[in-house]
Each structure stands twice: as C-alpha cells, then as structure tokens.
Design a protein around this ligand. Structure first.
Ligand code: NIG
Ligand code: FE
Length: 413
C-alpha cells in the first residue's frame, strides 16, 4: 500500500528512539508533502513527493491523502475495559457532590463492579469488551493495555485475564495484560488484609504465571485501598513470577506509591494527580514512565496532574485513557490529547508524543509501535483534511480520524 500526497507525515522519530524525556518531548518530527510505503504490514519507506521513486509511484494500491495528516496510532497504556456493567447511578451521586471515596464506602465503586463481574460469563465479558475495543480502534487506538481488577476472587480474576487473553488472540492490535487483584479489598477480607494478600500471592500469582495470563502486576496504592507496605509485598512476590509493576499511584493523595513503584523497577507509575517534589526527584533519576490520565481528573473533578513540572524535570510522560466504568467511562484518546493540552498545559507536540511513542514505551513495545519509522508496524491513521497538527487537539470533542490502518490494512470495524 502506498499513501501519497500526505500533507504532513507526523511522528518520525528514529527507530532506535524508544522513549522521550524532558525537552525531547516537544520535538515531533514531521515531513510535509510526503509519501509512505507499507509492505507486509510494516513501514517500508517514506519520503517527499517531489522525490518519489518512479518504481513505486505507479503501484496499484494507493491512497491519496491530500490535505490530510498521517499519525502513528495512539498507544493507550492504561485501561480497564473488561467490565460487566456501566455505573451511571454513581454519576448522579457525583453530581450531588459525593466524592470517589464516599461512593466506594457506600458500596459503589470497585466492589460494585466486582459483584457484577462475578456473575457475568466469560463469553459475555468478551463480547462487551470486544465492542469497547472496536470503538477505541475506530478512534485511532492501535495498541492497548488492559487490566483485571474487577474479579477480586481467584476464579473471577482468572476469568478476567482469560477474557484479555482471548482479546489478544482475536484483536488486530497488540494488547498487554495487567493483573490487578490488588484493586480493592473484597468485603470478606475487609478486616483481614493479609488474608487477601496471601490469596493473591499464593493462589492467584502461581496460576496466572503457569497459564501466562499477565504481562504486568498492578496495585491501587492509596489510602483506604492498599498501603505502601502491602504494595511492596505484592510487587516483590510478583517479581518472582517475572511480572513488572505498572501501578496506580497518587490518584487521591501523596502516599509513597511513586517511590515504592520506582524502587520495584516499575515500567510506569500512573495517575499522579497528587505529586510533590520528592516524587519528582525519585522519578527523574529512574527509567519509570509517568502515565497521566487527564480524562479521569476531568470526570471525577479531581486535580489535574502537574505535567509541566514532570516534563521540566526530565521525567518521561505518557498519557492514557484509564477507560473504566467508575472513574473514566470513555476510551477516546483524541479527547485525552486535547485535555492534556488544555488542562495539563502540554504543547500539542508533547501531548501527541505522550500518546504515541511514550504510550508504547509504557507497554514496552516502542521498538515496534508508537512512531513512523522504517521497519515498524504499520499501525497508523489518516486524518480528515486539517489545517495543522495542532488542529487535532484544538478541535476537542471531535475525532479528526478518517482512515485507520492496522498491520498495513484498512480497518473498518
Ligand atoms: O484507575 N483507581 C483505581 N482504579 C480505577 C477506577 C476503578 C473504578 O472506580 O472502578 C482508576 O481510576
Ligand atoms: Fe486505572
């Protein structure tokens, strides 16, 4: 497939560039008036229209992208898209002024989702998650991470991870699976935290490792959920099974979650709506990526993360949706990129890099995804005609995507 007359071919980072930190994040290399050649699902070559080689200019399978831009697909590195039911009853409570913690304490929240998921069949969960995934792909997502965490029993956590495994086998995009049994204490273990941690460590982890059901371990390290010490214990046990951490840190309060993540070689620490200088200091000297989730802040009405300080201090920042029924019922990366600009005060180039190459890095797939480079997977999208790159986040709430290409083929859903 040959794409010609591209107004702007965006995200041309060198293939060996696996993550962008600090000042590198404002650099979004692009080529104007370009062509792009795809072969066997990979990016084969690209260049300027004025210099297009005659041997390829007559290829039969061509798309003209006049006035349009080509971007690498969004890499959404933090989602919870396997769930049994939506939770719009909590939406009304939030509007009345109830906080996330109050709703959870009133029997809503994660435990509510867990009750419903425990009753759902694997097939039902697979069907509903497949629809969500398809809609995300149509909005430009070309790689995704999906967490368990609404099972909270051995049986149901395994059920969720099997659903994710089935999504992996059936999806045209790469999927990473994260084991998040440490999402909330089930009611039966409300007063016996160690009992639940033992269940995670002694029963869930060995079975998950034996069936290769997870790529990462996650813990919701937060007041009222899992303490720093409990998090450390779980991360160390998971490391013995080869699972690296991607954790929920500092969503509602500064807790030591960032430091315990960094100490355990987390691939990413996610959320950070609350941060202090100590957190930033520990991140800037580590390889841990900070994944910010501005649509969660938007929906819950909690503070927006301090992206500017993180970037100024040389921390690699990714952005993701956090798509889940409780705190972010939306999987629209285009909106996340807009919010990153409007609310996190990221420049459009920084936000786009955070949503592509750094998102891929937060799933450890940036050698194959997240930028336009020869030899990388041809997961990309062609926009509608647009006046500039910045128009994409500027036109918030709209989706500027016209054609989705995955593995070198047009995806129609
Ligand atoms: O990332 N904070 C923990 N987990 C999810 C929300 C889970 C829920 O409310 O169902 C999050 O925001
Ligand atoms: Fe989350």
């Amino acid at each position: 497939m040959l794409i010609t007359n591209i107004k702007g071919l965006v995200g041309l980072h060198p293939k060996e560039k696996l993550v962008l930190r600090g000042s590198e994040m404002k650099d979004l290399p692009a080529l104007e008036n370009a062509w792009l050649l795809i072969e066997d699902g990979l990016i084969k070559d690209f260049g300027k229209m004025s210099e297009i080689p005659s041997r390829i200019s007559n290829l039969p399978s061509q798309i003209s992208a006049e006035g349009k831009y080509v971007f690498p697909s969004w890499c959404d590195s933090h989602t919870h898209i396997v769930f049994a039911a939506s939770r719009e009853e909590e939406f009304a409570m939030k509007i009345q002024g109830k906080t996330y913690e109050e709703i959870a304490a009133a029997g809503g929240g994660i435990l509510n989702s867990a009750n419903k998921l425990q009753q759902a069949s694997e097939d039902e969960l697979f069907e509903s998650a497949s629809i969500r995934l398809k809609n995300m792909i149509l909005k430009g997502t070309g790689a995704v991470e999906i967490k368990s965490g609404y099972g909270l029993t051995v049986e149901s956590e395994i059920k969720m991870l099997r659903v994710i495994q089935r999504l992996k086998a059936n999806s045209p995009i790469p999927i990473k699976a994260t084991f998040l049994a440490a999402h909330a204490y089930p009611t039966a273990f409300k007063d016996n935290h160690q009992g639940y941690i033992d269940l995670i460590i002694n029963e869930m982890l060995p079975q998950i490792a034996a069936e290769k059901l997870a790529d990462y371990i996650d813990v919701f390290c937060e007041k009222g959920f899992f303490s720093v010490e409990e998090t450390d214990q779980i991360l160390k046990a998971a490391a013995k099974f080869g699972l690296k951490p991607k954790i929920h840190a500092n969503q509602l309060s500064v807790s030591g979650a960032v430091e315990v993540g960094v100490k355990n070689n987390a691939v990413s620490v996610d959320h950070l709506e609350e941060t202090n200088q100590h957190n930033i200091n520990s991140l800037k000297t580590s390889n841990t990526i900070t994944t910010l989730l501005p649509s969660c802040s938007f929906y819950l009405g909690i503070p927006f993360a301090d992206a500017k300080s993180l970037i100024a201090e040389n921390v690699p920042v990714a952005i993701a949706t956090d798509y889940n029924p409780g705190s972010t019922p939306s999987g629209n990366m285009n909106f996340v990129v807009s919010l990153a600009c409007i609310k996190l005060k990221m420049q459009p180039e920084q936000a786009i890099n955070a949503a592509t190459l750094n998102g891929a890095a937060a799933m450890e797939i940036s050698s194959e995804y997240g930028s336009i480079a020869i030899g990388k997977k041809a997961n990309l999208f062609i926009t509608k005609p647009m006046p500039s790159v910045a128009y994409l986040p500027y036109s918030f709430g709209d989706v500027q995507i016209e054609t989705v290409i995955l593995n070198g083929e047009v995806y129609n859903g």
